[in-house]
Design a protein around this ligand. Sequence first.
Ligand SMILES: Nc1ncnc2c1ncn2[C@@H]1O[C@H](COP(=O)(O)OP(=O)(O)OP(=O)(O)O)[C@@H](O)[C@H]1O
Ligand SMILES: [Mg+2]
Length: 235
Amino acid sequence: MEKKELLYEGKAKKLYKTDESGVLWVAYLDQATALNGARKDAVNGKGALNNQITSLIFERLKDEGIPSHFIEKLSETEQSVKSVSIVPLEVVVRNVAAGSFSKRLAIPEGTALAFPIIEFYFKEDRLDDPFINEDHIRVLEIATEEEIAEIKRLAQKVNEALLTIFQKAEIRLIDFKIEVGRDEEGAILLADEISPDTCRLWDMKTQAHLDKDIYRRDLGDLVPVYQEVLQRLAD
Ligand SMILES: Nc1ncnc2c1ncn2[C@@H]1O[C@H](COP(=O)(O)OP(=O)(O)OP(=O)(O)O)[C@@H](O)[C@H]1O
Ligand SMILES: [Mg+2]
């Protein structure tokens, strides 16, 4: 397979066309951002780590019967994926209170939730990705009622699988964000990435942050932490 023209340059990845129809080439970048890109730094080695972690996780999810865009890892920093039409939602699943949820509702970080909460944010940079509900999604024609139900089922399944995967690595899955897309037949597929950039991960014993909060909160160097996550997942 050959890499063709650049399709999209995001904050974390570059997407290229390929000579195969329906297949994209994703290159993970050595860049960390926060506050919707307002803060940006070069971080050597981050692209390779996120590519490897995402590839490993999508492989494991496939073993659990979860459909995704992931095809294969092509190199340290690159992977091939099925091209989908991204549903403009950030689907967040929360097992434990943290981040914006804790702030908005004054629930201390680390409080376990009685059951996993699914939240939707409208993926629209100009609006700063606002929090929306299922009625908004239907009225704005972002997705149909049936698709919303399908997306929620998928998010629940991903959560259950990830909880097991991270538990084995002695990591507590606090919350995470997924993106989904429609394939050519209109089926909903898990897309984008699942990495320490998109999950909150705490060490089970020490509760130390093993995710992008290291960068957001200026807690030190992110690379050794992501390395630790990859190492524990691979063991
Ligand atoms: N299989 C796919 N097909 C098409 N687009 C995809 C696929 N997987 C992920 N994407 C999109 O590719 C882009 C990935 O780049 P990156 O994560 O760097 O974006 P970003 O800076 O977070 O910006 P955005 O606000 O667009 O998500 C995202 O817009 C994501 O929605
Ligand atoms: Mg992104």
